[in-house]
Design a protein around this ligand. Sequence first.
Ligand SMILES: Cc1ncc(COP(=O)(O)O)c(C=O)c1O
Length: 460
Amino acid sequence: MERDDVLAEALELARSWLRSLPDRPVGAPVGAEELRARLDTTLPDEGVDPVTVIDRLAAAVEPGLVATGGPRYFGFVTGGTLPVAMAADWLVSAFDQNPAATVMSPAAAVVEETAAAWVLELLGLPAGAAVGFVTGGQMANFSCLAAARHALLAGEGWDVEADGLAGAPVPTVLIGGHAHSTLVQALRLLGLGSRRARRVPADDQGRMRPDALRTALAAVEGPVLVCAQAGEVNTGAVDPLAEIADVVRARDRAWLHVDGAFGLWAAASPERRGSVAGVELADSWAVDGHKWLNVPYDCGMAIVRDPGAATAALAVSASYLAVGSRDPSAVTPESSRRARALPVYAALRSLGRRGVAELVDRCCALARQAAAELARGPQIRVLNDVVLNQVLFRVDALGDVDTAAVVERVQRDGTCWVGGTTWLDRPAIRLSVSNWSTTPEDISRAVTAITEAVGRGRTA
Ligand SMILES: Cc1ncc(COP(=O)(O)O)c(C=O)c1O
């Protein structure tokens, strides 16, 4: 049967890709131009049989694939995929359920409900909070801030959903000096403005300074939205959330949001929970599944303490849809979407509470190993306190241009993949350990490749 044939072919191709991950060059060997030449880019008049399509597609793109799911990919904050989460994701496609409304898929709705409750419990967040399953940290920040915008303006007697922002008593927004770009993007999308947001100074690890927040808040009248962060994208540093919550709670007409795209998972580890102490005092939280939980792209969660605020801001209504306040899409900005809670359920069911903590702790231990081995290299200086899974370093003996060149050489070599960044106005290199399959040997191999690339810079 044609369907079985094409699915069997895809399974074989997927297996062969996954088996190749530990050994293949991590970066993509060829760039976009060559890929365009390899791919059929002219829309055909006549169709081709499905097995041939899948075969040719896989063969054409193969040299342009990056081994992001492999054990030595340390770019951005890119989680691997647990096999069980991948299997559940395949079922998501096969079942093809739309969790917009419970009536469309009672199964998807109930799995969302269960996965949501588990995530809240693991992260130590209020059991009654709303959890919207969205595409990632970006949309989680957007959804949470939409709920914040609703609540703060409703408190001023303004219905922003009905009347928009023109003439509204728009809240003041305070964000950390190192707030993630997607948080700023959320402010833009919500009409709160990126330039209007006031930056609260941060310390040398990128943490918001509570004393500076107190000063900034003292100068603010009216409703205020404060956005803190658990996990700075370069250093992994967590804002002092308990102190920040105290400062924000001392005034009314205030909403505290925490962008914890990856760092919030520290709460799932008894060993690391202290680093996010006070996180439960916020009003909303953004967290990713596709980063540290190691479910496949795409998956983020928007968590809002007051489900009424989330629903008021995000629920769609149409006579034919019958989406009620308890339907999954009442707390997401989307209507139709993938049943992306299934892989979350599968990952959590398979790992259990202990397994999630071990995943978090293992990545942190590997990051510390990387930092210690890198620091042994004569010219490398680790710039951050390695509190979570991020290592930030610079090649001191080389100039700024050569530090950036080291990143390119490492990527070209293919043993591992690390990315460049700018830290305190100078080029730096970041290494993020976010994959369940990374081993101590992978870290040592990566460090060797990096130090060799540094050495080649000196002799070049
Ligand atoms: C702190 C923080 N917030 C938000 C995001 C954006 O997440 P996503 O790429 O899933 O939209 C990231 C991504 O690295 C992040 O580190």
